[in-house]
Design a protein around this ligand. Structure first.
Ligand code: COD
Ligand code: COD
Length: 309
């Protein structure tokens, strides 16, 4: 079956400065240590248990880096900035990116919504008119290539227009990953459109929209999960499509579907996952608080790779 290679293979040669909102967590510390070992770059940790009196002054980080969780060699790459609480951590980390002191924003041990609120603040300048969306890339033995699933964690109940934007963000991300013509499946629970299941109507409209917009893109929808990911299941259902059994992107109808699929792949399929928010001016690494250090690191590496300096 498939190979769990995509995440391991393509390392970036560039180094970055990561602003981490919420640094005082074991898995975050482990992620940072591994990232330093992989020479991904420098880390500004907003909130860390063993922080000293380091402050943001006039938008600049001042003070000396210190954190007993890190070895002396690691401390060269880490600066800990004390914060009041999770909101403060999120705001200061976003400010560090806004002022150019860091080039990638990372959710550490703070609630996703705290960080997203900061990113969405107009005055933070991290977004333009585009819709921001969450994107997760999975790799697991039962599937033969990386699988992008969106939106698992940001847009709660996207309407048709939002789903268009979410799909466009995913296509752009897929291309940055080297997938020029991603095959896209718009998920629902059935293949027939029905007014009783509004996601089927949206999916059919999305197929139509992208067929007109980019005729070379291969799309399928509405489609249930089985026919989307298994050619045999699709054939049983009488569906002939080059997307069936081979999608690069799954667009889910709502956050509940996406969240359940995300957690199911991680817990039942032992998937490696990297996730981020796209559509913003700088990429934002968003992993679930319960993600392992390994998957947090995967998210960092994936995002770093998609940033062309
Ligand atoms: N992209 C761009 N702008 C947006 C987006 C978006 N996805 N969402 C909202 N905005 C803009 C609005 O246009 C408005 O200008 C401003 O941001 C505030 O909009 P609200 O009031 O609708 O947004 P919030 O702050 O109430 O909610 C935005 C969140 C992203 C925080 C919210 O959608 C949310 O909580 N999503 C789920 C996050 C979550 O809990 N994930 C973890 C579990 S999966
Ligand atoms: N339990 C008891 N009575 C019910 C139920 C129920 N779950 N659903 C409908 N009824 C009764 C109503 O009270 C009414 O008397 C009669 O049945 C018809 O009601 P409608 O018109 O609302 O029901 P239908 O026939 O239009 O729809 C019922 C379905 C179960 C067919 C409908 O809900 C549906 O299509 N569900 C999705 C099924 C599906 O596609 N599954 C496969 C993919 S997962």
């Amino acid at each position: 079956m498939g190979s769990v290679k995509f995440f391991d293979k393509r390392q970036t040669n560039q180094t970055h400065i990561f602003a981490v909102a919420g640094g005082s967590d074991g898995a975050v510390t482990e992620m940072v240590k591994q990232a330093i070992e992989k020479k991904l770059g420098r880390f500004l940790l907003f909130g860390g248990e063993k922080s000293t009196n380091i402050k943001m002054k006039n938008g600049q980080v001042t003070g000396i880096p210190v954190a007993t969780a890190y070895t002396e060699a690691e401390q060269e790459w880490v600066t800990v900035i004390p914060v009041e609480n999770a909101e403060d951590a999120a705001e200061q980390a976003a400010l560090a990116v806004k002022t150019g002191q860091a080039d990638i924003l990372v959710k550490g041990f703070v609630p996703t919504s705290s960080l997203l609120h900061q990113v969405l603040k107009k005055e933070m300048g991290l977004r333009d008119s585009r819709l921001l969306s969450h994107l997760a890339v999975f790799e697991f033995p039962a599937y033969h290539k990386p699988l992008i699933v969106t939106d698992c964690a940001m847009n709660i109940a996207p309407d048709f227009d939002a789903k268009c934007a979410i799909t466009e963000n995913a296509i752009e991300a897929a291309r940055k990953m080297g997938i020029e013509q991603p095959k896209i499946a718009f998920l629902s629970a059935v293949e027939k459109t029905s007014a009783k299941m509004p996601s089927t109507i949206d999916a059919a409209k999305l197929v139509e929209y992208f067929r007109e917009k980019e005729p070379t893109l291969l799309t399928l929808g509405p489609v249930a999960m089985d026919a989307a990911i298994s050619k045999e299941a699709a054939q049983h259902k009488g569906i002939e499509s080059a997307v069936a059994g081979d999608p690069d992107i799954l667009v889910v109808p709502n956050i509940e579907t996406g969240n359940v699929l995300y957690k199911t792949l991680v817990y039942f399929a032992q998937a490696k996952v990297g996730s981020m928010v796209v559509g913003s001016k700088v990429p934002i690494v968003i992993s679930s608080r319960s993600d392992s250090a390994d998957n947090k690191l995967t998210s960092l590496m994936l995002t770093a790779r998609m940033v062309r300096k």
